[in-house]
Design a protein around this ligand. Structure first.
Ligand SMILES: NC(=O)c1ccc[n+]([C@@H]2O[C@H](COP(=O)([O-])OP(=O)(O)OC[C@H]3O[C@@H](n4cnc5c(N)ncnc54)[C@H](O)[C@@H]3O)[C@@H](O)[C@H]2O)c1
Length: 439
């Protein structure tokens, strides 16, 4: 591994775009360092230090020798301790100096549901990585952009339509402030997907007419409650949040968002409406469905069938396939169609690392990536399918984005993010699920 200074000198570029970004930062009254090229040290604050947060920490350390983690926030101290152990082990395995890469101190480590606010108030944080449970993402991302930080935010964007509109607005604000937002929908940073997306955009399979997208796998989590544990802690500990649709969005949102994002990306737009169904017979605890099957109408006679299931012992499939007028392709697999020129796409260390490489490069070059809208739109497709399955009704894109008279436009899942900060969390009744036709 090279020394951090070497990398930064190599990467130090002064382009007119960079100068313009720095100037716009100054005119907006922002700290210009956060926007200027040649950001040699990239100081990262991590919000949500669980499984994926620890993964995101080591991914960004691997992505660039100039990265230092300077601040940590989590609801619980023991999760922070475990994250520190994980980073230490990564450093040992990768011959990196823990003390040089992990610079968080007790003064820059914050425990509690409001810890992210204290982390965001630190001047010496350039980028935040948000890996909290899904329901917190809109509030945490909005606060990060308002605080002038570049952001990496795990997928999905949130759990309900108002949350998605908040994420889109945060994306617009980031654009005005010259800040980057990269999402954890890592397929957009994965070479095989990028090659096929590029070929499709060049007309390699003609016009896409239909598609199928799947996330069919096993049961992800089972609930555990410690004696005396309050509702808020119960819902956030042990990955229990994965079992509550208020916190995860249900698995159509939490997992299947990846494949739905590929459909939007390859087709070039979100669907106009969804009609789906789903149900639950096997799962114990929480309030999610076992499976969803959703017909997505992309308009102009383009349809995509989406299916996702979390049931043990069944056929598993996680992929995407598209049929065009002149060929067909899998998301990251075989493409049959016309020969078109496709450039090489970089993917070093796998897509989880590449997404951080792309984020950091975009900041250094003064051309900040902004994936807020694509993340929010992919999440909104999943939310649209979930609402359709829960209610048994057709749900139109406009019902969630424009039509304020729609019963779902302001649908807000509760408990919501701020309820955790304000100590107002009441866990929903378990094993009680929405019944289509009655919900
Ligand atoms: N991109 C991927 O492939 C991928 C894979 C797994 C998970 N994820 C996503 O990553 C996110 C986190 O998932 P995970 O598996 O790490 O969950 P986790 O439960 O292991 O970690 C979440 C952490 O957030 C903390 N937390 C909860 N509420 C908080 C709050 N309000 N403020 C600060 N900290 C809080 C928890 O204590 C926990 O340590 C989710 O959005 C999930 O969908 C993405």
């Amino acid at each position: 591994m090279s020394q951090s200074g070497e990398y930064s000198r190599r990467e130090f570029v002064k382009t007119s775009a960079t100068a313009a970004a720095a100037l716009s930062a100054i005119s907006l009254g922002l700290p210009s360092r956060a926007h200027a090229a040649g950001l040699d040290r990239v100081r990262v604050g991590l919000i949500g230090c669980g499984g994926r947060g620890t993964g995101a920490a080591t991914d960004c350390l691997q992505a660039d020798d100039g990265v230092e983690i300077v601040a940590l926030a989590d609801a619980f101290q023991d999760r922070i301790d475990k994250c520190l152990d994980g980073v230490r082990q990564w450093c040992e395995k990768n011959n990196a100096s823990f003390s040089q890469r992990m610079k968080a101190t007790p003064d820059t480590t914050f425990v509690g549901y409001d810890g992210y606010r204290k982390l965001l108030a630190l001047k010496d944080v350039d980028v935040v990585a948000i890996a909290t449970p899904v329901c917190f993402h809109p509030v945490h991302l909005e606060a990060a952009i308002q605080a002038g930080k570049h952001a990496f935010v795990e997928k999905p964007a949130g759990v309900d339509p108002p949350g998605m509109r908040k994420v889109i607005a945060a994306g617009e604000l980031a654009r005005q402030k010259g800040l980057a937002i990269v999402a954890g929908t890592q397929r957009r940073h994965q070479a095989r997907y990028l090659q096929n997306a590029h070929a499709v955009a060049q007309g390699a399979i003609g016009k896409i007419r239909a598609g199928r997208v799947w996330w069919c796998g096993g049961l992800r989590r089972t609930l555990k409650r410690a004696p005396g544990q309050g509702d808020a802690e119960y819902m956030t500990r042990n990955g229990n949040w994965y079992c509550f649709s208020q916190m995860s969005g249900d698995h159509i949102v939490e997992q299947h968002v990846h494949n739905l994002d590929v459909a939007n990306w390859f087709i070039g737009r979100p669907p106009v409406q969804a009609l789906g169904f789903g149900g639950r017979a096997r799962r114990q605890g929480g309030n999610q469905y076992d499976f969803f099957s959703v017909d997505l109408d992309y308009g102009d006679d383009v349809i995509v069938h989406s299916m996702c299931r979390q049931v043990k012992g069944c056929y598993t499939q996680i992929s995407e396939q598209f049929i065009g007028t002149e060929g067909s392709t899998w998301g990251d697999g075989k493409l049959v169609g016309k020969q078109v020129a496709v450039p090489e796409f970089e993917e070093k260390g796998g897509p989880y690392v590449q997404e951080h490489r792309d984020l950091i490069r975009s900041i250094r070059e003064g051309k900040p990536l902004n994936e807020a809208r694509s993340l929010a739109e992919a999440t909104l497709v999943a939310i649209m399918g979930r609402i359709s399955a829960y209610t048994g009704q057709i749900v139109r894109w406009a019902d969630l984005t424009k039509n304020q008279k729609s019963p779902w436009y302001n649908l807000t899942m509760q408990p919501a993010a701020l309820d955790f900060e304000q100590g107002k969390v009441v866990a929903p009744a378990e094993n009680v699920i929405p019944l289509a036709g009655e919900a």
